[in-house]
Design a protein around this ligand. Sequence first.
Ligand code: HEM
Length: 459
Amino acid sequence: YFALKPKKRSINLPGPWGLPIVGNAFQIGKWMHITMGKWGMKYGPLYKVKLGPLEAVVISDHQVAKEMLAMDAFVGRAMMKEFTLYEKEVVGIVNTEGELWEQQRRFVVRQLRDFGFGKTSMESIIMEEVNELGNKLAELKGEPISNVKTFLSLATVNSLWSIVAGTRYSLDDPKLRDLAHRLSGAFTEVGKNTGALFFVKWLKHIVPESCATIVFGECLQIWLHLDFIDVYLKEVKSTNDPSSSFYGAAAEKQLIGVVADLFQAGADSTASTLSWAIVHILNNPEILRKLQAEIKEVTGNSRPVSLSDRPKMPYSLAMINEMLRLTLAPLGAPHSVIKDTEYRGVFLPKGTLLLFNLHFLHHDPRVWGDPDNFRPERFLTPDEKSVVKNEYLNPFMVGRRQCPGETLARDTLFLFLFNLVQKFDISKDPSSSELDLEPETGFALQPKPYNVIFRERKL
Ligand code: HEM
């Protein structure tokens, strides 16, 4: 076998010694990104690991990550079966590659931008959810709650749903609750029990799957509002090129795939980042005091916080950066090499898995000094009057695969957090145990359940 096996050029990089067949899989331990970070300190910016049959290259240097993310050869996606919608066909954006990925991604980026990312229409959609969430929390009249993450998930899923389908649910609607629950559970489950993530199939019951059998024109009449699904169906209707992924009835699967991807990538990431922000506010009440002081200075507390206030809210913007530095998905989303390539003199064969250790890049003590402290001030000038741009912070990654939801995510985090902070005093439940800052294990680092009190302020 060894004599006949075609010789593979090996990757000439250092890396931890591993066992035959399983490679380094058993050395990874509970926290893959932490172990890989330690290996990064030992083996340098680029090193290799073997995860069972897969050879992966781990990137632990900011400059190398930027260079590699800018190269076409590294734009591939390591297919994550657990995140796919159909068994035999890859659809959407997150898992696709090549022409199909380019067409679908280009469309999403353009439409979501034209549709209003960063514009007033988007702001009013998000504010509707912020207000409903505020009302729900006010109804609790200062009773401690243990499931604030659920509230946040419902509201963020709903605002995404309004953008995608032009309609919204009441926060008590069982369908919405089910969707938020599945999206959140999936991210916790996938790291623990890979294979459990078939939740996206559920979306088929909401996205108009019947469109395959109905003429697309009829579907357009069903979705009366101008929303993402409308625009997508219009594109399908006007596409005459059979080689396009927007052509004919098959395009319906792409539409479902794209919508599923937007939810999969966008919903829980935003809600969990907000949930972490609350944990850090509870852990350090000084942060709440500073945020409330800044909001009062800008709005006089006589109106809600709006996106146009941003230039006058350096501390709040620094808070968002610090929230994003925590890095919810510690290894980002894996990339793969799409053709044999030489990079910095190292041969990387097609199919090599590329793991960008974002957690390490955002916690490297040589860059951040005290990475384990939650400290928004690290993003401010010494007089705390302006935000300093920090090139080492890249929570959405860069290059052609860069997160297309960055603007929406930043807007949502800003409007939700600072309007809640304006309206409520947020404090620990004195009768509950100490806060545990260690995350739950999973694909994304979620906070462990905690109790919190939202007490409405007299403004
Ligand atoms: C705090 C919130 C968010 C964070 C930290 C985040 C971060 C990321 C990261 C690190 C990637 C991988 C980029 C790469 O592979 O190079 C990604 C991809 C993606 N994100 Fe986000 N994201 C967030 C919110 C959103 C939102 C709100 C949406 C859309 C509604 C979204 C849609 C996507 C999509 C579709 C991809 C796949 C892009 C591709 O493969 O071409 N994300 N995101």
